[in-house]
Ligand binder design. Structure first.
Ligand SMILES: Nc1nc2c(ncn2[C@@H]2O[C@H](COP(=O)(O)OP(=O)(O)O)[C@@H](O)[C@H]2O)c(=O)[nH]1
Ligand SMILES: [Mg+2]
Length: 230
């Protein structure tokens, strides 16, 4: 049986992290055995105590002493993982673990990388901020122009890939620009990223959303930075 490592970076997610973990353990991962790794990224709210209270679930918990960013948290989780396939799962409830089978089915000998795209389904419950939708489109289109791809959502959290195609030491971004970096490097290494439609229920800033305009600018710079990566 193959193993799927589900990596959960969590920063100040006391409201949602327990429910996310419950759903992750309930989720259908087809014929994959689950390994769940949660990284508390130096949270200052009750995230760590919420995680410690979840002892009935067999996940691995790694803690950063201070907040380092999503990219750094994913790298830490990657180092602790041993699965044949890797899936990133945010610690909020914006994406739907019911989409795991669709993602996993697409991961085959020929598809080494699968992204869940938030832009391929007519999304209901769309109080999605216009600026986000626009920002995401700009980043993805800019990426497509420079890398010759036809992607629709490079900033999605649901990134699924075979273990050996990229390692923690191959990555250096600490923040949200992790998305642009990994997409750029995988593309430059010659992997074609296969997208599948996923469901998306965006949260608001009050609901805990942390991404800001500055992250968009860093994203653009990151796309430029790796365009000649070999
Ligand atoms: N914002 C932020 N998120 C982090 C950090 N470290 C880990 N994360 C996690 O990365 C994921 C993405 O963050 P989120 O605010 O949902 O981003 P957004 O939904 O794209 O606006 C969540 O699971 C966060 O808990 C960090 O330093 N800052
Ligand atoms: Mg999110």
């Amino acid at each position: 049986m193959k193993k799927l490592s589900i990596l959960i970076p969590a920063y100040n997610e006391e409201k949602t992290v327990s429910e996310v973990i419950r759903r992750v353990f309930e989720a259908d991962t087809l014929n994959f055995e689950k390994e769940v790794i949660v990284v508390d990224d130096g949270s200052t709210d009750g995230t760590l105590s919420a995680l410690k209270a979840l002892s009935s679930f067999p996940f691995v918990l790694v803690s950063h002493q201070k907040n380092l960013g999503k990219g750094a948290a994913v790298r830490t989780a990657l180092r602790a993982s041993s699965g044949d396939a890797i899936l990133i799962q945010d610690a909020d409830l914006e994406l739907d673990t019911n989409d795991y089978p669709v993602l996993l089915r697409e991961l085959t000998e020929t598809n080494h990388v699968v992204y869940g795209s938030r832009n391929l389904l007519p999304q209901t419950n769309n109080e999605r901020y216009l600026m986000y939708a626009l920002g995401g489109k700009i980043l993805t289109n800019f990426f497509n122009i420079l890398y010759g791809t036809k992607l629709t959502d490079i900033n999605t959290a649901y990134k699924l890939f075979q273990k050996d195609i990229i390692r923690a030491d191959d990555l250096e971004s600490d923040g949200f620009e992790f998305c642009e970096e990994i997409t750029a490097k995988l593309t430059r290494k010659g992997y074609r990223i296969q997208e599948v439609p996923i469901h998306y229920t965006p949260r608001t800033f009050i609901g805990g959303k942390k991404l800001r305009a500055k992250d968009g600018v860093i994203g653009l710079w990151t796309i430029l930075k790796y365009r000649n990566f070999r």
